[in-house]
Write a new protein. Structure first.
Lengths: 304, 304, 304, 304, 304, 304
């Protein structure tokens, strides 16, 4: 069960209202790398986890992320507070209101007109949060790696936001939130490496013929070798012929059909067959302009 | 520039049509952990990357993932081929067609009725693929971790699919695809660890007061200690008072308002104030049923 | 700040695993009327609210909804627990696994294959949760009405789920959750009616010419009168002529254009004008089948 | 059956083109609180409704909302008309076109570049309309409450838009649309209160032990009492111990497993168990920077 | 302005309730090729259209599509009517209700549990309708082609649905709806070909060097020639060298940077550079299983 | 199988960085009419196609579209390169960074803050790409028409983008991409017209009673006749009575219910019946303001 304490995990002090800055901050409130995503990610993993250590860890961090969601959402609410009142009470002359809403910048018009200067669960583009952002699949050796990566991403977005404001109170609270992502990443690293073995993830072994092969699929000026494709662990394959049909077959797909299925497919093929030998007049030709002599004075794009 | 060779990277041999199995396979075609997501993830990273080694690596693997997309999509197309012809030509009696479409199972009705037995970019629930699945943010020390995690997840979904079919050709091709995820994870690991330092990701240091703190936010039977929250690296905080307002402030948010902003907020507060001392009659009370003596013979849910 | 107690708000006792029932339960976990939507709805309102009474109320209920999210998610996790282990360890023969995953019913294949038998934030169709479900706009006289309606909807979905299971522990926990929606609706009703006036919502009056008009837009057998369109409060308008251009104008839109804008529009009009007097041969006519004498043996649909 | 009269329900007169204002107006065209959502909401309810009075009411208002969709869409089209022609015919020098498209403000570049200066079904952030905005569930005592709330929200968004323009024709048409939301809310109120009883919604009673309980989940400075949690109707519970496991159990979840399920879960637990006693070296530690002595000249974030 | 007549455009007669068939029918109600998409497509085009003929045509067909939406939605509502009542009143024993809801098939559980047996704007997978389905861009020579294609697609989905039911009333109404798509396609073809020229669409000519080139990008067994890539109109290019950098440049991208930009990029490059010469130990290696000698008894996937 | 050549299909030369222009360009990278949509559209059709000519054609063009995706994505990456470095290394003072990110215009803040100055698969509004943009249904006579329309739309968006930049290298590369859409449209036209017959699409004939009827659904000033509704091919129906219930029935829907279903529906009707004769007091009336004499000093909106 969750309970709530009216004190924030970190005190939020905002110097002045700024709806455009508020809108940027939404990235970490309702954005893909934000705190709702983090909280939901760990909370849902915790619910289904059976390992007692991981279950506890996941719920600890999920709860803290909810508390961070409150901190970042409070920053958004404080930065929007001035706009909220003016908008709700219609205190500005219309032209001023329009200028203020349209001119603040970076989609803050959405936060104001649609969300009334609140703290909506959208990102800084106004895109509603979606659980499609959560990549949990229910296997710890994969999910912990996803968590590590998620913390790394969130750390970076905070870093970018910190670089965008000189409001000391905002900067300080963002610094706290950013730091906690580092701490969480460390915890998830420890949890991952307390599983033996954790690579490859899951239960099945790979097919030994292909585990150590590196296919050089992109070729030309810029080909590089490095530890990711050279050394004892790698078989490097550049020959295009050895890259396709690597099973030794002909590379062509096949399926066995029943007689009935085959008959239906043949009927479809006949009905929809393209006749390559003919050169039909097409719809586009019926009313095509004449390139170079267009009666509509079309603009040739060359020379540009 | 991409070019295409009509031979698949791995020969696909399907024993018999099976639209329900085809539908499950869509997870790795148009699902969140599937090959389109993988290809798009690495391809977009490659475009913006300036490090020559990583750029090459990302484009190599992006291109291979496109080739995998072709393999898994071909499996889907082969498994659906029988249904496709029958449906297009309407060869079944209506009741049979309905039974066959509805009875195959697990959302394969969508692949059939909406997508004509093709290979649509949806997952096994029929949810269209979305770029919201891609978590690339443009910082290598984060993106490489995201790639490692993505490969781990894809490996697991293939493992689950392999466990669901006894068609030897499908199993073999899935085994190839699964194995390549292992190889790709290895490459991304090497690329990540060839950056020094790579932790914490990005440029800013954390706030030293909070980097090594573990907040025990979830308490009760089941609390556990482990390397993720104990040992030299951790300061473990269980006291609820030390978990909130950790900056030493009062935990209450504040913002400086202009006089004009304050006046507007006050006007809004007055207009929308809740009057706690009064007990108003509400809409719900106007036509409420009487619990326990309901004239509509409502069903009491207790005792259950 | 949130904290977490490992005891659930309501003890969950599940009699036996049932992935199809688990999948139905997802409606109240990651569905549009579910607990995540409720928690997010009230939590975001609380952050931006300045009225002390409503702010407290909203945070109280938001926190309880999070605790409900934990209860319903735990039900899902318990119902899926058997499937989770079998799937992860691949203990079934492939054909059995396929049958079990495909045959359980109602999209539970998604929960299993994609989410590993966990508790994903999707609804019972596998559609990921989206903040588009949340209709908060930042005006209390509207948001409280939205909350009242949301509680009413959630109550009904629980009622439907209760009707679908005879597992006494599941039924009992669902009954608790359903009941709390009733209690929350009552609280929101009280909060709405403690604002005077609360109708019409917001600040602007309506245009007195149109506030009490009822336009009878749908006519024919089935026209009905009732308190919603008759009586002292209503002016009932059925005459089609009095329903359009009610401002007394001609009902035609107009805009003033600059000379430059007009010239550009005229150029576009000329370039794309349709020539009504001509009867052009079209693309469809080039290769049209002959209805009734089709060489492809098309099936006439009449008589059916 | 629907029919259409070329006269608008309200005459639209726009003073001058303004693509940024057009873009704001999209909130009530293709936004969550807009007219398409309203029309679809009532129309779909009407289709499934069996009560003759409500069915008629719902179709009357649905039809009027479609007519409002036409009015607001016409406003958008008129405000965009100048931009549409200039863009289509490419009359501006490139730098001017870029400035004009980028500088108009608030996402109007999307309306112009992607939608050609038309009236797309997106909101003012460019987010496509989704039926996820519609919360109809097919129970009149809930749906009517949803409708009441929806009208209240739409009224407010119109109020905000009215405050943003001084074009008298736009203002007047918006005033008409806003007023009709008030009238519709009144009708839906009447329809709700003509059902006896209408609370609690649906058929099942609540569990009498929990219907009148208020859990004080958020505690600290700012706790408030009011009609929503005090008085004869409420039992107020602040003790944290009485808030969890309210059924009297231990608050711990349980499920009965078959022997086979248990074996599989144990195998999974063994495979993925975290070893708490060990302190493993992790990936993050392999290439961690030294906080405070970083060779990369990382920027310490403190003191800020 | 729209008005509504209570008579349907086509009388709907349903033989018996069938929630699974209802669910399939949703494809043409709230699916991508369905009637809402059609109505919205033409209606929004009509609003922004200035050519009087096309404007009238678009509004005529938009209005008819709304009337079709009513017909198909009524079919859905009739097919669901039995389930709706039983569900709402909870008349079945729980196990029966579960069986009935889960067993009907093809996602009809969503229509029942979430939407109460109504007519929701989702497709047969339960995916909510989205305006992302509408591809209108505001240029008639493109939009009319989109409309032609949309009618063709809708015709096919109706054909598939007709093949799935032997209920004569449903079949007959679907036949009407399908036929009208044919008629609408004809009208849009006429409207397109009454514009001269209509190809290429828009105003700009193509670059004459590339308008008639066919790049043979996919090579191998299965290469085919036909009117789409051979004949007088085509220059066929198979040589891989002539397919890339077709402008005669080196195919490598370039951008001019300011000194400041270059310095920042260099700093980023240095910070995140990959060191190819070293072979670092990676996270995956720390706890990797030994392929072929795995202590966890991993299952080798070969031979399969 | 796909392979990659490091030379672009068209050399990209960008004169100077411009994140706002980069953001506009995203329309053709991750937007609905962009190259990813094109590539996915043709690639998925190719996988399921059995006609050898079309299969080859579709894969040729899919592969070229992938190469175009690389060209447009490279343009985006080059235009963003300056912003990427400055942002990553935090070289600007905070206020400058904020101004630069917020002031560049048209949602480029999202590309910068969330995506780090990369090339994300979103459109110029920041909306993530979705497979809902792809309208493939698996019937060639429909899909080819969809492809023709898609090429027409993409051509127009390129035309608009060309009109927005005077950077000669960008303009030239866009001109190439635009031209190729023309060439592809021509190929798809040829492929469509090599099928006989191709109209109506699919297998079923229309109902001869309705194939040639034009319903004049929108009436009033502005009614027009043209080849799309007059001439030998059309029967023009304006009489409202002949537009509804065109089957000759009464236009009223019906369904046969079982006794049990009827009883349940009757119970629901009774429980939720609206009582038209009564005029209940409603929730809105409990706390309604007095229009014209509002104690809250509401602003009357008339006269405006």
């Amino acid at each position: 069960m969750f309970s709530h304490n009216k004190r924030l995990q970190y005190t939020v002090r905002v110097s002045e209202c700024n709806p455009a800055l508020a809108n940027l901050m939404l990235e970490q409130f309702g954005g893909p790398q934000g705190e709702l995503a983090a909280a939901c990610r760990y909370f849902t993993q915790a619910l289904a986890e059976d390992d007692p250590g991981r279950k506890d860890l996941l719920m600890d961090i999920a709860t803290e992320e909810l508390s961070h969601l409150e901190v970042i959402g409070t920053i958004v609410a404080m930065l929007n507070k001035g706009a909220k009142g003016r908008l709700a009470e219609g205190v500005d002359a219309e032209a001023d209101a329009f200028r203020s809403i349209t001119g603040a910048g970076n989609d803050s018009h959405v936060t104001q007109v649609l969300y009334g200067g609140g703290a909506p669960l959208v990102n800084s583009a106004g895109v509603p949060w979606t659980a499609a952002y959560i990549d949990t699949i229910g296997e710890p050796t994969a999910d912990l790696r996803s968590n590590i990566a998620a913390e790394a991403r969130a750390k970076i977005i905070y870093e970018r936001l910190i670089n965008c404001t000189d409001d000391p109170g905002v900067k300080e609270a963002l610094g706290f939130l950013m730091t906690r992502e580092i701490a969480h990443q460390k915890s998830f690293e420890k949890a991952l490496y307390s599983i033996t073995p954790n690579f490859p993830p899951g239960k099945l072994e790979g097919d030994a013929r292909f585990t150590n092969v590196y296919f050089n699929m992109s070729q030309g000026d810029g080909d590089m070798r490095g530890s990711w494709n050279q050394g004892q662990q790698w078989q490097f394959v550049s020959d295009r012929n050895e890259q396709s049909a690597v099973d030794g077959g002909d590379g062509m797909p096949s399926v066995n059909l029943t007689t009935e299925e085959e008959a239906a497919l043949n009927a479809m093929a006949l009905r929809t067959q393209s006749e390559p030998s003919e050169d039909p007049v097409t719809g586009a030709e019926l009313k095509a302009g004449t390139q170079g002599g267009d009666p509509m004075n079309r603009t040739p794009i060359k020379p540009m």
